[in-house]
Design a binder for this molecule. Structure first.
Ligand code: SAM
Length: 266
């Protein structure tokens, strides 16, 4: 099972992730902490990254396990956890693993995969393998929140775009350096429904020297009923569907598709 461009081959992503305003101010924290509070048991986060969502859930006094494939992202997450008091730290554990094949010997009341981590899985086999693992780790009545972007057909039709497009304007980060981000989609694989994406970070030090970092990865786009079929095929029942973290209904211009799926109780 190959996966191009997980975060294991891009150590700079772990270094920059928490400095990018569009990542840290994503506006999904109340949504996820709310579902975590409502859940009946521990929470599992797949693709926990630097702990952006994991740590706020641990701060709520809720047990959470974070799984990620990238040792760089996990190291950053662990460093951040180390700075928390023991009563928060004791709520969180981190595990290096692949969301397609994990076996944690533990069951959860809620599984989440924030910020579209599931879209790094390209093939239906990988997706089914991941959703089956999730199902097997959930308690009866437990929930899985699947968060992906709402595909914009006009944009997909316009790809590929060889040109770098600056999508995050320059900001000054805590240590005085400047950071901006551009994006490029050099290839779209329409029959397989995925894009080759490059996120290009420019970091300018206080002495004016600029470094360029390219994070290249594949991103799958999925359509609503495709996801509904996938979830049903793996035994889930969809109980809610939102178009954004304010729980608004899915509409044509919604940025997200957020499926709340439930493992049936017996
Ligand atoms: C966009 S980041 C999201 C991080 C975090 N959930 C957040 O919301 O800030 C996606 C994360 O998924 C992880 N990831 C990608 N493919 C994975 C896989 N197959 N198994 C586990 N983690 C994976 C990456 O290493 C990365 O940390």
């Amino acid at each position: 099972m190959i996966q191009r461009g997980d975060y294991s081959d891009a150590p700079f992503t772990a270094m920059l992730y928490d400095l990018v305003p569009a990542y840290i101010n994503r506006g999904d924290l109340d949504f996820y902490t709310g579902y975590a509070r409502e859940s009946s048991g521990p929470v599992l986060e797949l693709g926990c990254g630097t702990g952006r969502v994991l740590i706020p859930i641990a701060c709520e006094g809720i047990q959470i396990t974070g799984l990620d494939l990238s040792e760089f992202m996990l190291t950053k997450c662990r460093e951040k956890l180390e700075k928390e008091p023991p009563e928060i730290r004791q709520n969180a554990e981190t595990v290096m693993g692949d969301m397609r094949t994990f076996d944690l010997n533990k069951s959860f009341g809620l599984t989440i995969s924030p910020f579209r981590a599931f879209q790094h899985l390209i093939t239906p086999d990988d997706q089914i393998s991941c959703i089956t693992c999730i199902y097997n780790h959930l308690q009866p009545g437990g929930k899985f929140i699947l968060d992906i972007f709402n595909p914009d057909l006009k944009r997909i039709a316009s790809l590929p775009s060889g040109k770098e497009i600056e999508d995050l304007p320059e900001v000054t980060i805590a240590d005085g350096r400047k950071l901006r981000r551009a994006a490029r989609v050099p290839k779209i694989n329409r029959p397989e429904q995925y894009m080759d994406v490059e996120l290009i970070y420019y970091v300018t030090s206080v002495n004016g020297q600029t470094e360029r970092y390219v994070h290249a990865f594949n991103m799958r786009y999925l359509f609503r009923y495709e996801v509904e079929h996938l979830l049903a095929r793996c035994g889930f029942r969809i109980v809610e569907l939102f178009g954004n973290y304010d729980k608004s209904s899915l509409a044509d211009n919604s940025p997200e598709m957020i499926f709340i799926a439930e493992k049936p109780g017996y």
